[in-house]
Design a protein around this ligand. Sequence first.
Ligand SMILES: Cc1cc2nc3c(=O)[nH]c(=O)nc-3n(C[C@H](O)[C@H](O)[C@H](O)COP(=O)(O)OP(=O)(O)OC[C@H]3O[C@@H](n4cnc5c(N)ncnc54)[C@H](O)[C@@H]3O)c2cc1C
Length: 342
Amino acid sequence: MPVDPEPAVWASRTSVQNRLVDDVLVLGAGVIGLTTAVCLAEAGLTVRIRAAQLPQATTSVVAGAMWGRGPGVLEPADRIDAWIQSTLLDLTALADDPATGVRFARGREATREPTAVRPVPGTRDVRRCTEVDLPDGFVDGYWITVPVVDMPRHLAYLEDRFTAAGGQLEHATISTRDLGTVPVVVNCTGVGARELVPDPAVTPIRGQHVIVTNPGLTEFFVEETDEDSWVSFFPHGDRVVMGGVAVRDSWDLTPDPLGFRDGAARARRLLQQRERALEMLRRLNKEVYMFSYNGEFHALRRRADQKDYTVRLQQFFDHFLKGAPEPDWMEHGIPYIQKQGP
Ligand SMILES: Cc1cc2nc3c(=O)[nH]c(=O)nc-3n(C[C@H](O)[C@H](O)[C@H](O)COP(=O)(O)OP(=O)(O)OC[C@H]3O[C@@H](n4cnc5c(N)ncnc54)[C@H](O)[C@@H]3O)c2cc1C
Protein backbone atom coordinates (compact mmCIF):
# COMPACT_ATOMS: atom_id res chain seq x y z
CA MET A 1 0.00 0.00 0.00
CA PRO A 2 1.48 3.42 -0.94
CA VAL A 3 -0.34 5.14 1.96
CA ASP A 4 1.86 6.31 4.83
CA PRO A 5 -0.14 8.28 7.42
CA GLU A 6 2.79 8.77 9.83
CA PRO A 7 4.25 11.97 8.41
CA ALA A 8 0.85 13.69 8.39
CA VAL A 9 0.25 12.72 12.02
CA TRP A 10 3.66 14.05 13.09
CA ALA A 11 3.25 17.25 11.09
CA SER A 12 -0.02 17.90 12.83
CA ARG A 13 1.43 17.19 16.30
CA THR A 14 4.35 19.52 15.65
CA SER A 15 2.16 22.41 14.56
CA VAL A 16 -0.12 22.02 17.61
CA GLN A 17 2.95 21.94 19.85
CA ASN A 18 4.35 25.13 18.25
CA ARG A 19 1.13 26.96 18.91
CA LEU A 20 1.14 25.90 22.56
CA VAL A 21 4.77 26.54 23.36
CA ASP A 22 6.12 30.06 23.00
CA ASP A 23 9.75 30.92 22.41
CA VAL A 24 9.86 33.09 25.51
CA LEU A 25 7.75 33.59 28.63
CA VAL A 26 8.24 36.97 30.30
CA LEU A 27 7.08 37.16 33.91
CA GLY A 28 5.88 40.62 34.91
CA ALA A 29 4.26 43.54 33.09
CA GLY A 30 5.97 46.52 34.69
CA VAL A 31 8.29 48.72 32.66
CA ILE A 32 11.04 46.07 32.67
CA GLY A 33 8.78 43.17 31.59
CA LEU A 34 7.02 45.15 28.87
CA THR A 35 10.26 46.61 27.48
CA THR A 36 11.91 43.19 27.43
CA ALA A 37 8.87 41.62 25.78
CA VAL A 38 8.67 44.37 23.11
CA CYS A 39 12.34 43.86 22.18
CA LEU A 40 11.95 40.08 21.93
CA ALA A 41 8.62 40.16 20.05
CA GLU A 42 9.89 42.75 17.58
CA ALA A 43 12.95 40.54 16.99
CA GLY A 44 10.51 37.90 15.66
CA LEU A 45 10.12 35.60 18.68
CA THR A 46 6.80 34.29 19.97
CA VAL A 47 6.46 35.98 23.36
CA ARG A 48 3.90 35.69 26.13
CA ILE A 49 3.79 37.83 29.27
CA ARG A 50 2.22 36.49 32.43
CA ALA A 51 1.75 39.05 35.15
CA ALA A 52 0.12 39.05 38.58
CA GLN A 53 -0.69 42.74 38.04
CA LEU A 54 -1.45 44.21 34.63
CA PRO A 55 0.62 47.26 33.57
CA GLN A 56 -1.66 49.97 34.99
CA ALA A 57 -1.59 48.31 38.45
CA THR A 58 2.16 47.80 38.78
CA THR A 59 4.76 49.70 40.81
CA SER A 60 6.03 51.09 37.51
CA VAL A 61 2.84 53.05 36.86
CA VAL A 62 3.25 55.23 39.98
CA ALA A 63 6.85 56.32 39.35
CA GLY A 64 7.54 60.07 38.90
CA ALA A 65 9.44 59.30 36.64
CA MET A 66 12.80 60.81 35.87
CA TRP A 67 15.86 59.43 34.15
CA GLY A 68 19.03 59.38 36.24
CA ARG A 69 20.62 57.55 39.14
CA GLY A 70 18.12 56.75 41.88
CA PRO A 71 19.12 57.54 45.47
CA GLY A 72 20.98 54.62 47.03
CA VAL A 73 21.35 52.79 43.69
CA LEU A 74 25.05 51.91 43.89
CA GLU A 75 25.58 48.34 42.71
CA PRO A 76 26.84 46.92 40.37
CA ALA A 77 28.95 50.07 40.17
CA ASP A 78 30.84 49.02 37.03
CA ARG A 79 27.61 48.54 35.02
CA ILE A 80 25.25 51.21 36.29
CA ASP A 81 26.84 54.07 34.35
CA ALA A 82 26.60 52.11 31.08
CA TRP A 83 22.92 51.29 31.78
CA ILE A 84 22.19 54.95 32.52
CA GLN A 85 23.77 56.05 29.24
CA SER A 86 22.10 53.41 27.06
CA THR A 87 18.73 54.23 28.69
CA LEU A 88 19.34 57.89 27.83
CA LEU A 89 19.86 56.98 24.15
CA ASP A 90 16.61 54.98 24.03
CA LEU A 91 14.59 57.60 25.88
CA THR A 92 15.99 60.31 23.58
CA ALA A 93 14.70 58.38 20.56
CA LEU A 94 11.28 57.86 22.20
CA ALA A 95 10.98 61.55 23.14
CA ASP A 96 10.36 62.41 19.47
CA ASP A 97 6.89 60.85 19.73
CA PRO A 98 4.43 62.26 22.37
CA ALA A 99 2.49 58.96 22.34
CA THR A 100 5.41 57.29 24.15
CA GLY A 101 4.90 59.43 27.28
CA VAL A 102 8.61 60.32 27.21
CA ARG A 103 9.76 63.93 26.92
CA PHE A 104 12.67 66.14 27.86
CA ALA A 105 11.71 68.45 30.72
CA ARG A 106 13.43 71.22 32.62
CA GLY A 107 13.53 71.25 36.37
CA ARG A 108 15.59 71.61 39.50
CA GLU A 109 17.46 68.93 41.39
CA ALA A 110 18.32 70.35 44.80
CA THR A 111 19.56 69.32 48.22
CA ARG A 112 19.29 70.45 51.84
CA GLU A 113 22.55 68.70 52.65
CA PRO A 114 25.89 70.49 52.31
CA THR A 115 27.28 67.88 49.87
CA ALA A 116 26.66 69.27 46.41
CA VAL A 117 24.41 67.35 43.99
CA ARG A 118 26.13 66.40 40.76
CA PRO A 119 24.03 65.92 37.65
CA VAL A 120 24.54 62.57 35.94
CA PRO A 121 26.77 62.75 32.81
CA GLY A 122 24.53 63.20 29.76
CA THR A 123 22.25 65.70 31.54
CA ARG A 124 21.48 68.65 29.26
CA ASP A 125 21.60 72.42 29.87
CA VAL A 126 23.09 72.17 33.36
CA ARG A 127 23.11 75.43 35.32
CA ARG A 128 23.84 75.77 39.01
CA CYS A 129 20.96 77.21 40.99
CA THR A 130 21.39 80.67 42.44
CA GLU A 131 19.96 81.54 45.83
CA VAL A 132 16.65 82.70 44.35
CA ASP A 133 16.16 79.33 42.63
CA LEU A 134 16.35 77.39 45.88
CA PRO A 135 13.31 76.93 48.15
CA ASP A 136 13.73 77.58 51.89
CA GLY A 137 16.04 75.07 53.54
CA PHE A 138 17.82 74.02 50.33
CA VAL A 139 21.52 74.80 50.04
CA ASP A 140 22.55 73.68 46.56
CA GLY A 141 21.09 72.46 43.29
CA TYR A 142 21.06 72.55 39.51
CA TRP A 143 18.66 73.39 36.75
CA ILE A 144 18.77 70.40 34.44
CA THR A 145 17.01 69.07 31.34
CA VAL A 146 16.45 65.30 31.40
CA PRO A 147 13.97 62.72 30.10
CA VAL A 148 10.87 62.38 32.26
CA VAL A 149 8.20 59.79 31.68
CA ASP A 150 4.44 59.91 32.07
CA MET A 151 4.28 56.31 33.21
CA PRO A 152 0.59 55.43 32.64
CA ARG A 153 0.97 56.64 29.07
CA HIS A 154 4.35 54.97 28.57
CA LEU A 155 3.13 51.58 29.80
CA ALA A 156 0.06 51.81 27.53
CA TYR A 157 2.39 52.63 24.62
CA LEU A 158 4.63 49.62 25.40
CA GLU A 159 1.62 47.33 25.74
CA ASP A 160 0.28 48.46 22.33
CA ARG A 161 3.70 47.91 20.75
CA PHE A 162 3.90 44.45 22.28
CA THR A 163 0.49 43.31 21.04
CA ALA A 164 1.15 44.87 17.61
CA ALA A 165 4.24 42.63 17.40
CA GLY A 166 2.03 39.58 18.07
CA GLY A 167 2.67 39.25 21.82
CA GLN A 168 0.14 37.88 24.30
CA LEU A 169 -0.42 39.37 27.75
CA GLU A 170 -2.04 37.23 30.44
CA HIS A 171 -3.13 38.03 33.97
CA ALA A 172 -1.73 35.25 36.17
CA THR A 173 0.39 34.75 39.25
CA ILE A 174 3.13 32.24 38.49
CA SER A 175 5.21 30.00 40.70
CA THR A 176 8.24 28.05 39.47
CA ARG A 177 6.04 24.92 39.37
CA ASP A 178 3.92 26.50 36.59
CA LEU A 179 6.76 27.15 34.18
CA GLY A 180 6.33 23.90 32.23
CA THR A 181 8.28 23.42 29.01
CA VAL A 182 8.83 27.00 27.88
CA PRO A 183 12.39 27.15 26.52
CA VAL A 184 13.22 30.60 27.90
CA VAL A 185 11.75 32.41 30.92
CA VAL A 186 12.70 36.02 31.65
CA ASN A 187 12.10 37.03 35.22
CA CYS A 188 10.89 40.65 35.35
CA THR A 189 8.85 40.33 38.52
CA GLY A 190 10.42 43.24 40.42
CA VAL A 191 10.18 42.63 44.17
CA GLY A 192 8.04 39.56 43.34
CA ALA A 193 11.37 37.82 42.58
CA ARG A 194 11.97 37.46 46.30
CA GLU A 195 9.28 34.79 46.55
CA LEU A 196 9.39 33.44 42.99
CA VAL A 197 13.10 32.60 42.70
CA PRO A 198 13.24 32.57 45.80
CA ASP A 199 15.84 35.28 46.47
CA PRO A 200 15.87 36.73 50.01
CA ALA A 201 18.37 39.40 48.90
CA VAL A 202 15.49 41.17 47.09
CA THR A 203 13.90 43.62 49.51
CA PRO A 204 11.27 46.32 48.92
CA ILE A 205 11.52 50.08 49.30
CA ARG A 206 8.04 51.43 49.80
CA GLY A 207 7.25 54.61 47.88
CA GLN A 208 4.16 56.76 47.83
CA HIS A 209 2.97 59.57 45.60
CA VAL A 210 0.04 61.94 45.66
CA ILE A 211 -1.45 63.05 42.34
CA VAL A 212 -3.04 66.48 42.07
CA THR A 213 -4.47 68.62 39.28
CA ASN A 214 -1.76 70.64 37.57
CA PRO A 215 -2.15 74.32 38.50
CA GLY A 216 0.04 75.30 35.50
CA LEU A 217 3.45 73.87 36.32
CA THR A 218 5.84 72.96 33.55
CA GLU A 219 9.08 72.32 35.48
CA PHE A 220 9.75 69.45 37.85
CA PHE A 221 11.50 69.62 41.20
CA VAL A 222 13.31 66.77 42.91
CA GLU A 223 15.19 66.67 46.18
CA GLU A 224 18.46 64.76 46.16
CA THR A 225 18.82 62.82 49.41
CA ASP A 226 19.33 59.37 50.90
CA GLU A 227 16.78 60.10 53.63
CA ASP A 228 13.45 58.22 53.75
CA SER A 229 11.39 61.33 53.07
CA TRP A 230 11.93 63.93 50.38
CA VAL A 231 10.10 66.39 48.23
CA SER A 232 9.48 66.11 44.51
CA PHE A 233 6.91 67.05 41.93
CA PHE A 234 6.63 66.09 38.29
CA PRO A 235 4.04 67.77 36.06
CA HIS A 236 2.60 65.49 33.36
CA GLY A 237 0.02 67.42 31.34
CA ASP A 238 -3.00 68.10 33.53
CA ARG A 239 -1.70 66.25 36.62
CA VAL A 240 1.24 66.59 38.99
CA VAL A 241 2.84 63.57 40.66
CA MET A 242 4.10 64.65 44.11
CA GLY A 243 6.39 62.71 46.43
CA GLY A 244 7.75 61.19 48.31
CA VAL A 245 8.85 58.63 50.81
CA ALA A 246 11.21 55.65 50.66
CA VAL A 247 10.57 53.18 53.46
CA ARG A 248 12.99 50.26 53.39
CA ASP A 249 11.65 46.72 53.92
CA SER A 250 8.01 47.74 53.89
CA TRP A 251 5.65 45.60 51.76
CA ASP A 252 2.59 47.57 52.75
CA LEU A 253 0.75 48.94 49.70
CA THR A 254 -2.00 50.70 51.66
CA PRO A 255 -1.90 54.46 51.08
CA ASP A 256 -0.64 56.03 54.29
CA PRO A 257 -1.65 59.69 54.69
CA LEU A 258 0.31 60.06 57.95
CA GLY A 259 3.51 58.47 56.66
CA PHE A 260 3.36 60.76 53.67
CA ARG A 261 2.54 63.96 55.45
CA ASP A 262 6.07 65.44 55.57
CA GLY A 263 6.91 64.91 51.90
CA ALA A 264 3.45 65.86 50.71
CA ALA A 265 3.31 68.90 52.94
CA ARG A 266 6.66 70.12 51.67
CA ALA A 267 5.74 69.51 48.03
CA ARG A 268 2.42 71.20 48.61
CA ARG A 269 4.11 74.19 50.23
CA LEU A 270 6.37 74.60 47.20
CA LEU A 271 3.47 74.17 44.82
CA GLN A 272 0.89 76.20 46.64
CA GLN A 273 2.61 79.38 47.72
CA ARG A 274 1.32 81.17 44.63
CA GLU A 275 -2.06 79.44 44.55
CA ARG A 276 -2.76 80.26 48.21
CA ALA A 277 -2.07 83.94 47.68
CA LEU A 278 -4.28 83.90 44.59
CA GLU A 279 -7.11 82.13 46.42
CA MET A 280 -6.99 84.48 49.44
CA LEU A 281 -7.20 87.57 47.25
CA ARG A 282 -10.06 86.07 45.22
CA ARG A 283 -11.99 85.34 48.41
CA LEU A 284 -11.56 89.00 49.34
CA ASN A 285 -13.09 89.85 45.94
CA LYS A 286 -9.87 91.43 44.72
CA GLU A 287 -9.08 91.58 41.03
CA VAL A 288 -6.09 89.20 40.86
CA TYR A 289 -4.06 87.50 38.13
CA MET A 290 -1.37 84.84 38.37
CA PHE A 291 1.62 84.85 36.03
CA SER A 292 3.63 81.67 35.67
CA TYR A 293 6.81 81.83 33.60
CA ASN A 294 8.62 78.68 32.53
CA GLY A 295 12.00 78.22 34.22
CA GLU A 296 11.49 81.10 36.68
CA PHE A 297 11.00 80.79 40.41
CA HIS A 298 11.09 83.55 43.06
CA ALA A 299 12.21 86.28 40.68
CA LEU A 300 12.26 86.74 36.90
CA ARG A 301 15.77 86.43 35.52
CA ARG A 302 15.28 86.28 31.75
CA ARG A 303 15.03 89.64 30.05
CA ALA A 304 12.13 88.53 27.84
CA ASP A 305 10.13 87.48 30.93
CA GLN A 306 10.95 90.73 32.74
CA LYS A 307 9.71 92.72 29.73
CA ASP A 308 6.58 90.61 29.37
CA TYR A 309 5.72 91.08 33.05
CA THR A 310 6.37 94.84 32.88
CA VAL A 311 4.05 95.22 29.88
CA ARG A 312 1.24 93.26 31.56
CA LEU A 313 1.65 95.25 34.79
CA GLN A 314 1.41 98.47 32.80
CA GLN A 315 -1.72 97.19 30.99
CA PHE A 316 -3.27 96.29 34.36
CA PHE A 317 -2.77 99.80 35.78
CA ASP A 318 -3.71 101.47 32.48
CA HIS A 319 -7.01 99.62 32.54
CA PHE A 320 -7.93 100.20 36.19
CA LEU A 321 -6.46 103.66 36.71
CA LYS A 322 -6.76 105.26 33.29
CA GLY A 323 -9.75 103.45 31.78
CA ALA A 324 -7.75 101.86 28.94
CA PRO A 325 -9.47 98.90 27.22
CA GLU A 326 -9.06 95.55 28.97
CA PRO A 327 -6.36 93.47 27.25
CA ASP A 328 -7.43 90.04 26.00
CA TRP A 329 -5.35 88.14 28.59
CA MET A 330 -7.20 89.84 31.45
CA GLU A 331 -10.55 88.68 30.17
CA HIS A 332 -9.69 85.22 28.86
CA GLY A 333 -6.33 84.34 30.46
CA ILE A 334 -3.76 82.32 28.55
CA PRO A 335 -4.57 78.60 28.29
CA TYR A 336 -1.94 76.34 29.78
CA ILE A 337 -1.38 74.56 26.44
CA GLN A 338 -0.48 77.87 24.77
CA LYS A 339 2.29 78.56 27.26
CA GLN A 340 5.59 79.05 25.46
CA GLY A 341 8.63 76.92 26.34
CA PRO A 342 11.64 78.59 28.03
C1 LIG B 1 6.96 56.25 44.30
C2 LIG B 1 8.00 55.74 43.33
C3 LIG B 1 8.70 56.62 42.52
C4 LIG B 1 9.66 56.18 41.63
N1 LIG B 1 10.29 57.08 40.83
C5 LIG B 1 11.21 56.65 39.94
C6 LIG B 1 11.85 57.55 39.04
O1 LIG B 1 11.62 58.76 39.07
N2 LIG B 1 12.76 57.06 38.15
C7 LIG B 1 13.05 55.72 38.11
O2 LIG B 1 13.87 55.30 37.28
N3 LIG B 1 12.46 54.83 38.95
C8 LIG B 1 11.56 55.27 39.85
N4 LIG B 1 10.95 54.39 40.70
C9 LIG B 1 11.37 52.99 40.65
C10 LIG B 1 10.68 52.28 39.49
O3 LIG B 1 9.30 52.53 39.55
C11 LIG B 1 10.93 50.78 39.58
O4 LIG B 1 12.30 50.52 39.68
C12 LIG B 1 10.40 50.09 38.35
O5 LIG B 1 9.06 50.48 38.08
C13 LIG B 1 10.48 48.60 38.51
O6 LIG B 1 9.89 48.03 37.35
P1 LIG B 1 9.71 46.48 37.23
O7 LIG B 1 9.12 46.24 35.88
O8 LIG B 1 11.01 45.81 37.57
O9 LIG B 1 8.73 46.07 38.41
P2 LIG B 1 7.17 46.31 38.67
O10 LIG B 1 6.67 47.56 38.07
O11 LIG B 1 7.01 46.12 40.15
O12 LIG B 1 6.49 45.11 37.90
C14 LIG B 1 6.63 43.78 38.36
C15 LIG B 1 5.67 42.92 37.59
O13 LIG B 1 5.89 41.55 37.96
C16 LIG B 1 4.63 40.97 38.34
N5 LIG B 1 4.87 39.84 39.24
C17 LIG B 1 5.47 39.82 40.44
N6 LIG B 1 5.50 38.55 40.92
C18 LIG B 1 4.90 37.77 39.99
C19 LIG B 1 4.61 36.37 39.88
N7 LIG B 1 4.96 35.48 40.82
N8 LIG B 1 3.95 35.91 38.77
C20 LIG B 1 3.58 36.78 37.77
N9 LIG B 1 3.83 38.10 37.84
C21 LIG B 1 4.48 38.57 38.92
C22 LIG B 1 3.87 42.13 38.94
O14 LIG B 1 2.48 41.83 39.02
C23 LIG B 1 4.20 43.21 37.90
O15 LIG B 1 3.41 43.03 36.73
C24 LIG B 1 9.97 54.81 41.58
C25 LIG B 1 9.27 53.90 42.38
C26 LIG B 1 8.29 54.37 43.23
C27 LIG B 1 7.54 53.36 44.09
